[in-house]
Design a protein around this ligand. Structure first.
Ligand code: GRF
Length: 208
């Protein structure tokens, strides 16, 4: 928390950063008692870094190290160090393409959340919108969840449904899911910032 009682967010992303823009915009408009303290990426030229810098928010590229799907030990320590230095209360994953485990999660217990483009537990993993289309479901959506040791397996904080329409392509469905994400992520972060989230094992209860 900063002196004004705002939750300090550290946003991690590897891509274009549209969810970051939605969250930062909601913060700037005073829709949630939070502010983005730092944005970090494992991709040097990721759009998310340029968008953060353009808004005057600290933006840091930290190389992920020697592995393809996770941070190596040195990189993990560098991410933890930068987040602590920025006095981050909540780590917000927004399209971060590295699996975070062990020491990282221990450094921020119950303080790492992610947004996934499906109604979990359906369609975890990559290109969830394409998985939904290929399966033929009539509704899919997006999920905000705590990050645990698994892939897209943590306790669910909030979900929003999105219809699959006749004639949808992977692109059109993805775009509709992203619109829902941009609404849902700020709402879920607001619940966290207001201290209204209570975790009871796998169940996350929202207090009025
Ligand atoms: C989102 O669709 C999110 O669900 C997934 O990665 C994507 C990030 O998009 N985890 P953006 O970089 O926020 O535009």
């Amino acid at each position: 928390m900063n002196r004004t009682g705002k939750l300090r967010l550290g946003v991690l992303g590897s891509g274009k950063g549209s969810n970051f823009v939605a969250v930062a915009g909601a913060c700037a408009r005073g829709e949630l008692p939070a502010e983005v303290a730092i944005v970090m990426s494992d991709v040097a030229d990721a759009g998310i870094l340029a968008r953060a810098a353009g808004q005057g928010i600290a933006a840091r590229f930290i190389p992920p190290g020697k592995f393809r799907t996770k941070l190596d030990e040195e990189a993990e320590a560098a991410y933890i160090g930068a987040l602590r230095e920025a006095r981050v209360d909540l780590v917000v994953l927004a399209g971060f393409m590295r699996i975070l485990k062990g020491d990282f999660l221990k450094a921020f217990p119950q303080r790492v959340i992610n947004i996934h483009p499906s109604l979990l537990p359906s369609f975890p993993g990559l290109e969830a919108w394409k998985q939904a289309l290929d399966y033929g479901v009539k509704f899919t959506g997006c999920t905000v969840h705590f990050v645990d040791q698994g892939v897209d397996t943590g306790a669910i904080i909030a979900q929003q449904t999105v219809p699959v329409l006749d004639g949808d392509t992977a692109e059109s469905l993805h775009a509709r899911i992203q619109q829902a994400e941009h609404q849902l992520y700020p709402v879920a972060i607001r619940l966290m910032a207001e201290g209204r989230i209570e975790v009871r094992g796998r169940s996350v209860v929202t207090r009025a």
